[in-house]
Design a protein around this ligand. Structure first.
Ligand SMILES: [Cu+2]
Length: 124
C-alpha cells in the first residue's frame, strides 16, 4: 500500500464519518403553542352581543365594541340583576368597553338598558 493509497483510504473513511454525522436525525423544534381558541372581541350590533357566548383563556382581555347608534351596557349578572363583577357603559358607536378575565368560570352578562340582550363569557 502506497502512502497515497493510505491517504485516500483515510480520507474516504473521514467522509463516511462526516456523512454519518449529517445523516443523524435533526433536532426538531417544538411547534409554537397555539393561540387560545376563539377571539376576544364581542361586537354589539342590532341589540345583540355577537358572539353571545365567548370562550377565552384565563387572563384574556375581552373588548366589546358598540356598532349601534344607541347606548348599551356590559353588565355582569343575569336575569337583569348585576352581580357587580364588571359593569361598563357602551356609548353609541364606536363605544368600547374592555374587561380582563383573570379567573376561570362562567360569566353571564346583559345590557342594563335592554335586558333581553344577554351574553356569556366562559373562562378556562
Ligand atoms: Cu342595550
Amino acid at each position: 500500500m502506497t502512502a497515497l493509497t493510505r491517504f485516500a483510504l483515510a480520507a474516504t473513511a473521514s467522509l463516511a464519518l462526516l456523512a454519518g454525522c449529517s445523516a443523524a436525525p435533526a433536532v426538531t423544534t417544538p411547534a409554537a403553542p397555539a393561540a387560545p381558541a376563539g377571539g376576544s372581541a364581542v361586537e354589539v350590533s342590532g341589540f345583540k352581543f355577537a358572539p353571545a357566548t365567548l370562550e377565552v383563556a384565563k387572563g384574556t382581555k375581552v373588548t366589546w365594541t358598540n356598532k349601534d347608534t344607541t347606548k348599551h351596557t356590559v353588565t355582569s349578572g343575569k336575569d337583569g340583576t348585576s352581580d357587580s363583577k364588571f359593569d361598563g357603559p357602551l356609548n353609541d358607536a364606536p363605544g368600547t368597553f374592555s374587561f380582563t378575565f383573570n379567573e376561570a368560570g362562567s360569566f353571564p352578562y346583559f345590557c342594563s338598558i335592554h335586558t333581553s340582550m344577554v351574553g356569556t363569557v366562559t373562562v378556562k
